[in-house]
Write a protein of this length. Structure first.
Lengths: 191, 313
């Protein structure tokens, strides 16, 4: 009998990671609940407070909810993420203005998006590239990230509020942008 | 390589060593996955100014250095995963990097998992972590604008952290247990010249408490044996590092301080597994040497893969 060798080929491709679906976004937050997650970075609280004032004035959410995590270089506790996800229609997170805090701002945003709560993360321009890489590494490359000028810490409160005033237009755009449009913006190189 | 593997190489750790290893491996057209648990860029991303990296007179900010390196690596098509590595194991004659997300199989692994700050292990430390006790001045220093802080540890990291805090705080106490600082001479010179700094050598921090929303430090003068109280707004601890070898201590040989033993090619005791950066034994713990380690490890891994390919042909 002739001995034959059979070679079996595996037709599957190598394991590759896949993007995680972002949360659906509403076209408006009027009458909704907007959450603000402060990561304990200095002045990020004042920035978020000013954003809250401006959003109430311009977009009319029914309720504002502020939450605070105690360490910028750790993930937000699960109970905070779950509560924000349960109660909010949109969450704004600040601030990514150092390496580890940027990493965990993005991490928290991805956790909220996974729970179907849309987010906008705030990073300073120096840390925005890192924020983008972190989002990509967490399989959510089109995450909405708002860029503000560095630095945020160590400046006067009036200067912090001025940064919020300057960035509110872009924040509103990001709040209103659909996830499909975020993808397109990202491909075009916009935040 | 043959398709038995998910990647040609899995790099554990995305700091300077891991990113540079990725750079070299990608230029060699290897299929690479880089896994990082915390911050891509590692501790350099939290460094205010890197003054001793060649080609940057006047220094370069840590984040700028990392942004450049990440951009360089991404141009080559690097794939990053943000997840926790739970263990590295040898299974079915293959090498596996197991993560919370997936297990990745590769013929070569570069462990560049870095190190974490060593704790003081004194009463009160755990209680106040993140609430007055910190391990990174650049991350958390701005919480103490105009205040008084203590830096624990007089090595390069402690003195650099102390100098950074002189720009923010009104007073910086630098506490060193040895009778003199261990930092590089140029850093010491700057520290001693700064009027906001008071250096306390031969001084041990023995406990941390709270007094009127401030931190109360019990300090002991080791020359006189006298104990006293120092009240500050915040404390930054720089007393060394602990290598992140929990994921591999049962596979590769470690030295007495739990760093991975490597030879000059960054080879570990296991064929096909390499180590680079702060996690390896006798690392000088510099951004530049971490980069050099990463390059050496990637080149060695590439040679190993070539030999493996020849064998399987």
């Amino acid at each position: 009998m002739v001995k034959r060798t059979i070679t079996i080929l595996d037709p599957t491709s190598k394991r590759r990671r896949q993007d995680i679906e972002m949360a659906p976004r509403r076209s408006t937050i009027e009458g909704g609940v907007v959450g603000f997650l402060w990561n304990d970075k200095p002045n990020a609280n004042f920035l978020l407070e000013r954003f809250a004032e401006l959003l109430v004035e311009k977009l009319g959410p029914a309720e504002i909810m502020h939450r605070h995590k105690l360490s910028a270089s750790d993930p937000a506790p699960e109970e905070i993420i779950n509560e924000l996800s349960r109660k909010c229609d949109m969450v704004i997170i600040a601030s990514g203005d150092c390496g580890s805090c940027t990493s965990y701002v993005i991490h928290d945003a991805v956790e909220l998006e996974k729970r179907r709560t849309p987010t906008v993360s705030v990073c300073t321009n120096e840390f925005l590239p890192l924020g983008r890489v972190e989002a990509e590494a967490l399989n959510m490359p089109y995450l909405a990230i708002l860029e503000i000028p560095h630095p945020l810490g160590g400046i006067k409160i009036e200067a912090v509020r001025a940064k919020a005033d300057d960035a509110i237009g872009e924040l509103i755009v990001l709040v209103r942008t659909s996830k499909e449009e975020l993808k397109e913006r990202s491909k075009r190189g916009s935040n | 390589m043959k398709n038995d593997y998910d990647y040609d190489m899995v790099i554990v750790g995305g700091g300077m060593a891991g990113l540079t290893a990725a750079l070299y491996a990608l230029r060699a057209k290897l299929d690479v996955m880089l896994v990082e648990e915390k911050t891509i860029g590692g501790s350099i991303a939290d460094t205010n100014l890197v003054e001793n990296f060649p080609c940057f007179p006047g220094g370069i900010s840590g984040i700028e250095l990392i942004n450049r390196l990440v951009s360089q690596v991404r141009q080559l098509g690097a794939e990053f995963a943000k997840t926790t590595v739970t263990r590295i194991e040898l299974r079915d004659n293959l090498k596996w990097v197991c993560t919370e997300e997936a297990d990745y199989c590769a013929p070569t692994i570069i462990i560049a998992s870095g190190a974490r700050p060593r704790k003081l292990a004194i009463p009160g430390e755990d209680e106040f972590i993140g609430r007055g006790i910190h391990y990174c001045a650049i991350c958390d220093g701005n919480a103490f604008v105009g205040g008084e802080v203590a830096i624990i540890g007089g090595g390069d990291s402690g003195v650099t952290g102390g100098l950074y805090m002189t720009r923010i705080a009104s007073k910086v106490f630098l506490i060193e247990i040895q009778h003199q600082l261990g930092a590089t001479a140029i850093l010491q010179e700057r520290l001693y010249a700064n009027p906001r700094v008071r250096v306390l050598c031969s001084t041990e921090l023995t406990a941390i408490g709270e007094r009127s929303c401030k931190k109360s430090l019990n300090i002991k003068n080791l020359e006189t044996g006298d104990s006293s109280e120092l009240v500050v707004d915040g404390v930054f601890v720089y007393v060394g590092i602990v290598p992140n070898t929990d994921i591999c201590h049962y596979i590769v040989d470690l030295d007495s301080t739990n760093h991975i033993v490597v030879n000059s090619d960054m080879k570990t005791s296991v064929e096909g597994i390499f180590a680079a950066g702060d996690v390896r034994s006798n690392s000088p713990r510099q951004a530049l040497t971490a980069a050099a380690d990463g390059a050496t490890a990637a080149l060695s891994a590439e040679r190993y893969l070539s030999r493996l390919s020849e064998k399987t042909l």
